[in-house]
Structures are given as C-alpha cells and as structure tokens.
Ligand binder design. Structure first.
Ligand SMILES: Cc1cc2nc3c(=O)[nH]c(=O)nc-3n(C[C@H](O)[C@H](O)[C@H](O)COP(=O)(O)OP(=O)(O)OC[C@H]3O[C@@H](n4cnc5c(N)ncnc54)[C@H](O)[C@@H]3O)c2cc1C
Length: 403
C-alpha cells in the first residue's frame, strides 16, 4: 500500500475536505478516524446544515468576537457567495430563511456531503477511513503520520481535526495534542454555543415557551456585556440563539440580568398606573397583557412573586408593582452550569491564532504544517458562520499549497 503523499489532511470535516479538494497537481490523502466522513456536518442545523449566511464581509467580521483580523483574509478569499456557487454549480441550490441563514433546497445535509465526496473522487483525493492518527513527527523535511495500523509520510500536513464538542462525532481534541507537540500554544478550551442551566430555576412549568429579541447581560471587569436574541425556556434553564450566541461569554456561577420584555420598566409601570386610574377593577393579569408576553409566562411571574393573577389592579401595592416590573425587565439569575461539550455546538479556544499565518493558515513555527477549521481558536455565532469559516480556511490553506 502506498504510504507517501505530497499532502496528508487529518479529518473529513468541511475544513479538511475542502482543503483537499482545492489542492492541485499533488497526491492528497485524507485520514479519518471514523468509518464515514463528516459526521458533525451531517447533524449540523438539525440535519439540514445551515451552511452559510447572507451579508457582506463587514457583516461577517462582527460574528467572530475578537478574531475579526484573523478570519478576514480567509473569508475574503472564499466568500459565502462563492460557497453557494460551488454547490449550485454541482447541482445543489440553497434557500435563505428570514434570518439570512442558507440551507440546501433538499433540507438534507447529506446532499452537501455527497457533492464534497464527489469532488474528492474527481480530484483523485484518496480517503482512508478507520484511520485514527495517533502521532505526527517531522524529520528533516518530511512528516511521519502514525495511525493505529500504518505510518504514512508526507511533505505537507493539514490538521482539520475540529474541537471537542459532540465528541461522539469524532472530535476529541486530538489536534490540540499534535499542535502542542510542535510547540504551539493552546488557548484553554471551553464549550461554546450551548444552553445554560439556572440555579433555583422557577420556570420549569413553562418549558418550551420562546420569546423574541430578549436582552441578556452580565457585568465583566466593571463593564456590561450583553446580547439580544430569541430565547427558549427549557426544563432547567435557557436555550435559543440569544443564549447560545452569548454562551461563549458565560461561566458557571455568573450572575446574568434578563429583560424578558421589549418594553422598558418605566413603560410597563406607566401602563399599570394608567389602567389603575381608568378602571381599578380590572385584574393585574389583564393589565400585564400590554407587555405582549405570553399569558402563561405572566402567570408564572405572578406565581413566583406570590401575587394572585386575578387580583384587582387597584389593590396592587406600590411595592408589588415595583416587584412585577423588576421580575419582567431586570430579572437577576445565577448560572448553575454552562452546558458542556456534549451539548455545545462549537469549542471556544484551541490552537493560538497568533502562531498561525492568517493569510495561509500555515503554522508560523513549523513549515508546511497547516491548521484549518475549528481546531483553531476561532468560534463564530450561530447562523452558518462556523461552517463558512471551516470552508474558507480550508480553501486558503489549499491556495497557499498550490503556489
Ligand atoms: C449539533 C451541532 C449543530 C451545528 N450546526 C451548525 C450549523 O448549522 N451551521 C454552522 O455553521 N455550524 C454548525 N455547527 C458547528 C460546525 O458543525 C463545526 O464548526 C464544523 O463542523 C467544524 O468543521 P471542521 O472541519 O473544523 O471540524 P469537524 O467537522 O469537527 O471535523 C473534524 C473531523 O476530524 C476527525 N478527526 C478528529 N481527530 C482525528 C484523528 N486523530 N485522526 C483522524 N481523524 C480525526 C473527526 O472524526 C471529524 O470527522 C454545529 C455543530 C453541532 C455539534
């Protein structure tokens, strides 16, 4: 069996596959530990895979927190529209939802993968499955890549092993170990894009209720950081894009402040006072309908405060009025747990981007060693930004290798 290749790629995620596909005039092998490719891509977007997002480069650059400069060259070199064009040229169009997210017209991520594997076949990229890489060394100019069965050699190695989230898909942080061996710094990893558990949670009964455009904030180093987005009440905490996107800034035991309403506290209080003056006999629950919050949620707020929901508004004390407003617009909650890697969509942290050339994805420490996709210390918001970065960084590495 041939064991020398010009380029060896580790991992069949979107980053690894797309770098391999775009390498020209070189022998390329991909080593994948699983028996099938791209397990994570197939479960992305609940099996539909939100492949990318609309919006121009400037919009994109706001989606990777402080990694704007690092991701810029790859996202510029291979844009969201080039990605959509690649798939449409290969017979798969995508549609955009109302939030600017793109999905395959078939709503099946397998169709993305079939095209990628087809491109590998056309470009004579070989893929060896059940080939877990356990070690990589470099002697003189040649890398030796050790799997459980064989040792391969290559002039160039691309590490596309992903992060630590959803370890059942094959991502168990192996790439960090390889990078560390070559002297790379690993920024401490933690689960990101995940849901949270709340201490002494009092909304269990309203699991499943969702709210739009909710602002969640926390104080960090005397500064308020916040995010506005849709949230869902779960059995023991919160999920939904508003929380998931903010989760990379959250830690266990943090205090967060939630405004469950789009209205300001003063507006809610004025409404209550106006109604009191107009018709004191109307119930508090009816008055609170002006907040546009779901009835079950309003009932839960009042229950939590020990206030009868059919109490006449004229009987509401000033103290209870303030408490209700506070419960709606400035609810303080403690995070019991930011849910772990088993539930997180991506990994924050990873190979330190300071030691990787942002214009080529090549290591600044080891010539001909490349890092692509989630193994790097790059994580984006939900909305297709993570998969797009995987494709764009893979493309950029291939471009450098083709020079
Ligand atoms: C539930 C879920 C839903 C998601 N939905 C979306 C979405 O809709 N849109 C979006 O943009 N992002 C989404 N993401 C994130 C996105 O899937 C990842 O960011 C993306 O897949 C990362 O691509 P990658 O190529 O870097 O790594 P991965 O896709 O993680 O692939 C890494 C590959 O490397 C292989 N590997 C690892 N170690 C070794 C080794 N030692 N030897 C050989 N092979 C190895 C793994 O088996 C795996 O196949 C979602 C993630 C999850 C978990």
């Amino acid at each position: 069996m041939k064991n020398y290749f010009d380029v060896i790629v580790i991992g069949t995620g979107p980053a690894g596959l797309f770098s391999a596909i775009n390498i020209k005039n070189k022998s390329v092998l991909i080593l994948e530990k699983n028996s099938k490719p791209a397990k994570k891509l197939l479960i992305s977007g609940a099996g539909r895979c939100n492949i990318t997002n609309s919006g121009d480069l400037n919009h994109y650059l706001t989606k990777y927190s402080d990694k704007k400069n690092f991701v810029q060259p790859s996202l510029k070199e291979f844009t969201n529209y080039q990605l959509l064009e690649y798939f449409s040229k290969n017979g798969l169009n995508c549609y955009m939802d109302k939030n600017g997210k793109y999905f395959p017209e078939t709503d099946d991520a397998h169709d993305f993968l079939n095209i990628l594997i087809d491109s590998c076949n056309k470009n004579r990229v070989k893929i060896n499955y059940n080939s877990k890489v356990i070690d990589i060394k470099k002697n003189d100019d040649i890398f030796s890549i050790e799997t459980e069965e064989l040792i391969y050699n290559a002039k160039i190695v691309i590490i596309g092993t992903g992060g630590l989230s959803y370890p059942t898909t094959g991502t168990t942080g192996d790439g960090y170990r390889f990078a560390k061996k070559f002297g790379h710094k690993i920024i401490p990893t933690r689960p990101a894009l995940t849901s949270i558990k709340i201490r002494d949670y009092s909304y269990k009964e309203i699991e499943g209720i969702s709210l739009k455009k909710i602002t969640i904030s926390k104080i960090e180093n005397n500064k308020t950081i916040s995010n506005t987005g849709d949230i869902v009440f779960t059995r023991n905490g919160f999920s939904g894009p508003g929380i998931i996107d903010f989760s990379r800034f959250l830690n266990n035991d943090d205090e967060i402040l939630i405004n469950f309403s789009e209205l300001k506290g003063e507006e809610i209080e004025t409404n209550i006072l106006n109604e009191m003056n107009k018709n004191g006999k109307v119930s508090i629950k009816k008055v609170l309908k002006s907040t546009n919050l779901p009835e079950r949620l309003l009932e839960q707020f009042l229950l939590n405060l020990g206030i009868e929901d059919d109490m006449q508004i004229s009987k509401l004390s000033k103290e209870n009025r303030k408490k209700i407003v506070n419960e709606i617009v400035a609810k303080k909650l403690i995070i019991d747990k930011v849910n772990g890697f088993n539930m997180a969509m991506v990994t924050a942290g990873g190979v330190d981007t300071k030691e990787v050339n942002r214009k080529s994805m090549e290591s600044k420490l080891i010539e001909n060693l490349f890092f692509v996709g989630e193994v790097l210390d790059v994580d984006g918001d939900t909305g297709g930004y993570n998969v797009q970065f995987a494709f764009s960084s893979g493309y950029l590495a291939a471009k450098k290798i083709n020079l």
